[in-house]
Every structure is written in structure tokens, then in C-alpha cells.
Design a protein around this ligand. Structure first.
Ligand code: PMP
Length: 460
């Protein structure tokens, strides 16, 4: 070892890595300035968000923008598919072109969305209960099947005194629960990368919002300290299990410890981690040994469960309260029967040997894809089955995603306001059902796009 080589502390290493990352990001943005782009790429989502004229002129302007992208054949959103979310799929672009793609755009992480036993269970429920619940769950929309799912979820987590609130969307679990649990005058402290449903729940609650730097426990503590000095009040800390934008794990173990020290309550949204990690798939909180200390555990059925809807897992008296006071639950129809039947089957499969096997494949697949891309494009802090490829400015979104789709890969594009400006990304959702060949093909397309659009890390 050379004489002047210092042994770096973990904090120094992290600082160095962050510096390196922002240098690379700046370089990638500079490189991209050289790519020639059509005029419509100058517009960003927020430009059509506001308007104060008597007529809603922003709707016309947005339509002009959509038409321009359609005319240029680069509109890659809301592209229909005529099959389930399989690892490979055909998509149909507006110009009636059929494109065959490797599908890394759906969060059907364990393939349960099209599993024959799940489909059979959904069909059986449909036969008994019909198409819809046709009532709010608090009124007459609760079926035996809903009660069974609540019971199975409580057994799955194995904690006494807990209950489950079922919702017809995962989004509603966050927005409904947070706005019912938190009252005006309280404080909500969110990770900067938290999902829109958490942000909207906070807005609805009329509490004071605070944001801590992504996964930065020291910054969280600083904010909590400031709030506690201003007197006693209700405080809720909101984080995700695995972050949907970044694909990294929450430091939930340390976050719980800090939150509890300041008397704050904690909500963990395990939308992208439930059934995927931890003992028998019980999630990140179970894996980090803090499941029992979580006040509000949120899960969605639209990801690994392969369906739609979501649930809150919390002390039974809390779920009983939320059942009545979460407005989007009280004033909306109950979870539909076929989906409920299907979810019961996914849960049964996922919590047993079938789930263990799929989780194992998922983790191997995710690592394989990350290894194909790491060091060549910016995959941020990803350490899971969500692999973001961060290309930066919004103006590249349409031409880039068009190029990628036409090359045979479907991704999930994310840009402002879902992430910060100049942090646009194509997210690759790996599933247990992808083959190595499909993942290799996907990586080749990404690397080819990175060369063309000049965001490859080695591009000078
Ligand atoms: N939480 C997170 C972290 C999410 O990513 C999403 C949606 N992708 C939701 C909540 C909302 O879930 P759903 O789509 O099931 O309504």
C-alpha cells in the first residue's frame, strides 16, 4: 500500500461516491446537450399543470403537445397490450405498429398476475360473488372473502393484536390512512423519495410537511429534534421498504430507533418489498427485525400479489378506526371479489415453498441485470429488483423511450414530478420469471441507447 493512502471511513467513502455520482450526472447532462431534439421535447409536465384563464386553456395546450408527439410517432405512454404482463409481450403503438418487447415495465415481480392457480381462484370467486362488491365495505360491501383475506394476512405476519384494513387501491391506503391518522397541527416527516400517495395523504391531513434527504437518518433526526423543541405534538415519519424510484432498501431499522426516541409514529410503505424479501416474504421491516414496532404498515396488491388494491396492517383498534375514517375507503366501493380471491391464492403461494423459490430467482435475476449495467450507465443506489437507469433531463424522455421500445424493450419511465428535475429515469422491473437471455437482451438495448443518447458513463 502506498505510504500516503489513507483508510477511509464509511462516511468518507459515501461522500466520495456521492461526489463521483454528481460529477457523472453533470457529464451525462453535458453530453446530452449535443443530441438534436424536436421542439415538443422542451415541454415538461408542470407546464400544463396550472392555468387561471376562464377557459381551461392548459387542456388545449396539452392536447397540442400530445398531437405533436403522436405525429412524430414518439408517444410511448398508454400503449395497449393484448396479453397478461408476461416477461415478453407484444405492444401496439398508436400507429398500429406491433412491437415485440422484453417486458421490464410491470411490477408483477413473482409472476402471480398470470399464475394458473391464481387465475382459477379469481374465477371461482367471480362465480360466487359476482363482478363487483357494489357497496362501501363499511356499509354492505364486505364479503366473506374479504374477512378471509384479513385473517390470512394477520396470520401471515403472526403478530397478536393486529388487524388489517383492505382498500381498493394501494394509493388509497397511503392517502386515506395518513389523512385519517394525522390531524391539523401535527407534523409529517417524509423521505424525499416518498411516493405521491404519501405526499397527497400529508396534504389532505393539513399537517406541516417536512422532507428529509433520501435515506439520511441524521437528517431525519435533525428535523425530529427541531419539531420536538417546539412542544408536544403528533408526528408521523413516512418511509418506503424498497424505494420505487431508486430501488434501494430503507434503513428502516435505524429510522425506527430514531423515530421512537422522539416519540414519533412510523409508517412504512412496503409496496415494492412485500412478499419479496424477509422471512417467507414478510418484507423489509421483518427482515430488519422491526416489524413489531411499525405503527402503520402499508402494502399494495398491485405488485408482487399480481392484482390490485392494498392493505394497512396495524394494531386492531387502529385498523378499526381507519376503516371508518379513511375517506377513500368509507366513501368508495370495496375491493372487487375476483381480485380478492386471486390475492388469497397469491398470498398462500408466496408464503410457502413456491414463494421461496420465486424470491430466490428474483434476487439472482436482479443481481444479474445490475451487474450487466453497473459502471456503464447510472443505476443510482439500486440494490433490488427495481433498477433505475438515470439519464437526466426530461427532454430526452420521449425520443429515448421510443428508441428503447422500438429496439424491443419496455421500461417504466419516471420523470418530474415523480422524481426531481433532471433526474428522469427508465425503471427496469425485474421479475422471477425473466430468463437470463431476456435480461441480457434488455441490457444490450439499454447500453445501445446510452451510446446513442450519450448517457453512457464512459461517454466523453
Ligand atoms: N406506494 C408506492 C411506493 C408505489 O410505488 C405505488 C404505485 N406504484 C403505490 C403506493 C400505489 O399503489 P397502487 O398502484 O397499488 O395504487
Amino acid at each position: 500500500m502506498p505510504q500516503d493512502t489513507k483508510i477511509l471511513s464509511v462516511a468518507d467513502k459515501r461522500k466520495l461516491a456521492q461526489q463521483l455520482l454528481s460529477q457523472r450526472k453533470a457529464q451525462a447532462i453535458k453530453n446530452m446537450e449535443e443530441v438534436e431534439l424536436p421542439d415538443y421535447t422542451r415541454y415538461t409536465y408542470d407546464m400544463f399543470m396550472f392555468g387561471s384563464s376562464p377557459e381551461p386553456s392548459e387542456i388545449e395546450h396539452f392536447d397540442d403537445w400530445v398531437q405533436a408527439t403522436l405525429d412524430d410517432h414518439t408517444y410511448t405512454f398508454e400503449v395497449p397490450r393484448l396479453q397478461a404482463q408476461l416477461p415478453e409481450n407484444d405492444i401496439y403503438r398508436a400507429s398500429n405498429e406491433k412491437i415485440h418487447v422484453v417486458n421490464l415495465s410491470s411490477y408483477n415481480y413473482l409472476g402471480y398476475g398470470y399464475h394458473p392457480e391464481v387465475i382459477a381462484a379469481a374465477k371461482a370467486a367471480l362465480d360466487v360473488y359476482g363482478l363487483g362488491a357494489a357497496s362501501s365495505p363499511v356499509a354492505s360491501g364486505t364479503f366473506g372473502l374479504h374477512k378471509e383475506l384479513e385473517q390470512r394476512l394477520v396470520e401471515f405476519f403472526g403478530l397478536p393484536g393486529r388487524g388489517v384494513s383492505l382498500f381498493s387501491s394501494g394509493y388509497g391506503v397511503n392517502s386515506g390512512t395518513i389523512s385519517a391518522y394525522m390531524k391539523q397541527g401535527g407534523h409529517i416527516v417524509m423521505d424525499r423519495s416518498a411516493h405521491m400517495s404519501i405526499l397527497e395523504g400529508a396534504q389532505l391531513s393539513k399537517c406541516t410537511p417536512h422532507y428529509f434527504r433520501h435515506n439520511d437518518v441524521d437528517h431525519l433526526e435533525e428535523i425530529l429534534k427541531g419539531i420536538s423543541q417546539a412542544g408536544e405534538t403528533r408526528v408521523l415519519v413516512c418511509v418506503e421498504g424498497v424505494y420505487s424510484a431508486d430501488g434501494d432498501y430503507s434503513k428502516v431499522g435505524r429510522i425506527v430507533e430514531v423515530a421512537k426516541r422522539y416519540g414519533a409514529k412510523i409508517l412504512v410503505d412496503e409496496a415494492h418489498s412485500m412478499l419479496l424479501v424477509g422471512p417467507h416474504g414478510r418484507g423489509v421491516c421483518a427482515e430488519q427485525g422491526v416489524l413489531e414496532e411499525i405503527d402503520l404498515l402499508v402494502m399494495t396488491f398491485s405488485k408482487a400479489f399480481g392484482g390490485v388494491g392494498g392493505a394497512l396492517f396495524a394494531p386492531r383498534k387502529t385498523t378499526q378506526y381507519i376503516n371508518w375514517y379513511a375517506k377513500c375507503r368509507m366513501f368508495s366501493c370495496a375491493l372487487d371479489p375476483a381480485v380478492t380471491g386471486g390475492i388469497l391464492k397469491s398470498l398462500e403461494l408466496a408464503s410457502g415453498a413456491d414463494g421461496d423459490e420465486r424470491r430466490q430467482r428474483l434476487h439472482v435475476n436482479a443481481e444479474f441485470l445490475r451487474n450487466q449495467l453497473r459502471g456503464q450507465v447510472n443505476i443510482g443506489t439500486s440494490e433490488s429488483w427495481i433498477v433505475p437507469v438515470i439519464y437526466g433531463p426530461e427532454k430526452y424522455t420521449l425520443p429515448l423511450s421510443d428508441f428503447v421500445q422500438r429496439s424491443g424493450l419496455d421500461t417504466s419511465v419516471m420523470q418530474f414530478p415523480a422524481v426531481g428535475k433532471n433526474e428522469s429515469r427508465m425503471r427496469l422491473f425485474v421479475t422471477s420469471e425473466h430468463t437470463t437471455e431476456q435480461l441480457r437482451r434488455a441490457a444490450e438495448i439499454i447500453l445501445c441507447a446510452a451510446e446513442k443518447y450519450k448517457f453512457a458513463l464512459n461517454h466523453q
